[in-house]
Design a binder for this molecule. Structure first.
Ligand code: UP5
Ligand code: MG
Length: 197
């Protein structure tokens, strides 16, 4: 894709930081297309003739990062569909990706460079509370204490380096994600509008 026609913002933050919740607000107000890498992987996992179903299932339960070829391909396919429909243009929130350096480099090299990263910063204690609460009804195989612990470790060890990489390039818009969803959204809008100009 050409960056003059296709805009990508990466949306990062720990498990339960509120990425999905805030993306839904941004879609409503700014006409973005929201693509959650986790949602795409879960859909692929449930597709009957997927060759990656079992692999994805195992990785997600353990909070491990699915080999990037699978995820990058799913994202690229989804983006292609949207861009085709929209006459060559697109404005995407890519949620929960890239969460490992190799994915970041691969995507920016082979798909399109991102404009910047929207980073939701939230303490583990708060994220754990949210995920355990959601786990009562979500049916997500990784919303339990054991998987959450693994997800947090992978986030710190593997995904924070991605945020730091973009921070060094001055491409991170950071929002404190501890407060209520409405308050977090207010800060998100302010910072986003500043950055988008
Ligand atoms: N909630 C939200 N905001 C709140 C607020 N301000 N105050 C109080 N409650 C708030 O929110 C989580 C919960 O908190 C909800 O119940 C919400 O109502 C409440 P949500 O908006 O869903 O947060 P989000 O950050 O999107 O949390 P999510 O659990 O989706 O984050 P993860 O990053 O862990 O999950 P994701 O789906 O992105 O990835 C899952 C797994 O897929 C990964 O662990 C990995 O195994 C795999 N994966 C890959 O392998 N590669 C990838 O590239 C991406 C994923
Ligand atoms: Mg999410």
């Amino acid at each position: 894709f050409s960056p003059s026609k296709v805009t990508v913002l990466f949306v990062l933050g720990g498990p339960g930081a509120g990425k999905g919740t805030q993306c839904a607000n941004l879609v409503r107000d700014y006409n973005f297309t929201h693509l959650s890498a986790g949602d795409l992987l879960r859909a692929e996992q449930d597709r009957p003739d997927s060759e990656f179903g079992q692999l994805i299932k195992d990785y997600i339960k353990d909070g491990k990062i699915v080999p990037m070829e699978v995820t990058v391909q799913l994202l690229e396919n989804a983006m292609t569909d949207v861009v085709k429909q929209a006459g060559g243009k697109g404005k995407f929130l890519i949620d929960g990706f890239p969460r490992k350096m190799d994915q970041a480099l691969k995507f920016e090299e082979t798909v399109v460079p991102s404009k910047f990263v929207l980073f939701f910063d939230c303490p583990e204690e708060e994220m754990q509370k949210r995920l355990l609460k959601r786990g009562k009804t979500s049916g997500r195989t990784d919303d339990n204490e054991e998987s959450i612990k693994k997800r947090f470790k992978v986030f710190v060890d593997t995904s924070m380096p991605v945020v730091d990489y973009f921070r060094k390039k001055n491409q991170v818009v950071q929002v404190i994600a501890t407060k209520s969803p409405d308050e977090v959204y207010k800060e998100t809008k302010e910072k986003l509008e500043q950055r988008l100009g």
